[in-house]
Design a protein around this ligand. Structure first.
Ligand code: GZL
Length: 355
């Protein structure tokens, strides 16, 4: 091919080359931004995974609220339980010059550099659900989540109140199925249990990471039954998925779950108050279920609305949460100076909930 023909061919190829670069994601952030509809808010959402019913409800809340008809272009990335996947997603969002990033961080540490990149790129970051532990918390705009320590305190104070109500004088021997190590939910719920056990003289026979998943909850419970057998009378599960697995293992072993620990039943405490969890609470297999609210869609929609309008948002926002039981003796519990109601669960209540 002569030089002349090659140069003609190259000139013809250049536009195709630019389009190709744009399609392969090699366009610059500004080009990406300019290619998007101006009336849409582009949000990059880095979700942890789909490990539990709670997580699925959380994703559902976000995807059913941040919709195109509501003016959003939601870019959803499932981290599949790996922090590196979430960090990669955030970097992609930064490269795409999204308008906002929403992050539910699988664990609390390891986010500083990427959060700083987003901050330097002028992209507001909303942390939801679990917390991040950063050197400088000004790198994110707002955290909206649960008070996990209070959730644990409410669960433990319910147990203390219940044991007193039945004048239980025996040893309280607990199997502790933790959530994902170093996640805020695990850190808070575990801290509450350890503090209560020390204060009230309860024995924590075993404490293992169940990663908030049903299979590990079952596996840990099977091992615990094999090791501690009839000594076990309480299981503290840090979410409903683990509780479902633990209940399977207990019933498979021939023992019963329930609140009659004097009669040999094993009492289950759980968190999340998902539909499955509340159905087990209704039939007495879970004695108390402390809610962890996954409805972050409306919360994030409200935050973005305010930020778009240049309004202030608090740096911290807490979710409203309840506690449920079918044991009618306890209608409220006191934590510190606060009185918290215990809601009696029934089928109508469960069917009326959105998750
Ligand atoms: C708590 C949330 C936890 C839930 C689990 O806010 O991060 O993760 O309690 C979920 O069910 O897996």
């Amino acid at each position: 091919m002569t030089f002349k023909k090659a140069s003609i061919l190259l000139k013809a190829l250049v536009p195709a080359l630019i389009i190709g670069l744009a399609l392969c994601g090699c366009a610059t952030s500004e080009e990406e931004k300019d290619s998007r509809p101006k009336d849409q808010v582009t949000v990059g959402f880095s979700q942890i995974g789909a490990e539990s019913d709670w997580r699925i409800a959380s994703t559902e809340s976000m995807q059913s609220t941040l919709t195109a008809s509501a003016g959003y272009n939601l870019l959803f990335k499932d981290g599949q339980q790996k922090q590196e996947n979430q960090l990669l997603a955030m970097r992609e969002f930064i490269d795409q010059a999204v308008d906002y990033i929403i992050l539910d961080p699988i664990t609390e540490t390891g986010w500083d550099a990427t959060l700083r990149e987003a901050y330097d790129a002028g992209i507001p970051v909303i942390i939801m659900d679990r917390r991040v532990d950063t050197f400088d918390d000004s790198v994110y705009t707002v955290w909206a989540g649960s008070d996990f320590l209070l959730e644990g305190k409410r669960a433990c104070k319910w147990l203390r109140t219940y044991l007193k109500s039945i004048s239980f004088s025996g040893d309280v021997n607990i199997i502790h199925i933790k959530g994902t190590t170093n996640s805020s939910a695990q850190l808070g719920r575990t801290k509450a249990l350890k503090s209560a056990a020390k204060k009230y003289g309860w024995n924590i026979l075993m404490s293992e990471d169940g990663d908030f998943v049903q299979a590990k909850g079952r596996e840990i419970m099977e091992n615990a039954l094999a090791t501690y057998g009839d000594d076990i009378n309480v299981v503290y599960c840090e979410n409903d998925s683990e509780a479902i697995g633990a209940i399977e293992a207990i019933e498979q072993s021939g023992r019963r779950v329930g609140s009659d620990i004097s009669g040999g039943e094993i009492m289950i405490l759980s968190f999340d108050a998902t539909r499955q969890g509340l159905l087990l609470t209704l039939n007495g297999k879970i004695s108390v279920n402390t809610e962890c609210n996954p409805e972050y869609g409306p919360v994030c929609d409200e935050i973005i609305g305010k930020l778009k309008d240049g309004l202030e948002v608090p740096h911290e926002m807490f979710m409203e949460e309840s506690q449920f039981s079918a044991i009618t003796d306890i209608k409220e519990i006191k934590v510190g100076d606060e009185i918290y109601p215990v809601t009696m669960v029934d089928r109508e209540l469960i069917d009326a909930r959105s998750y």
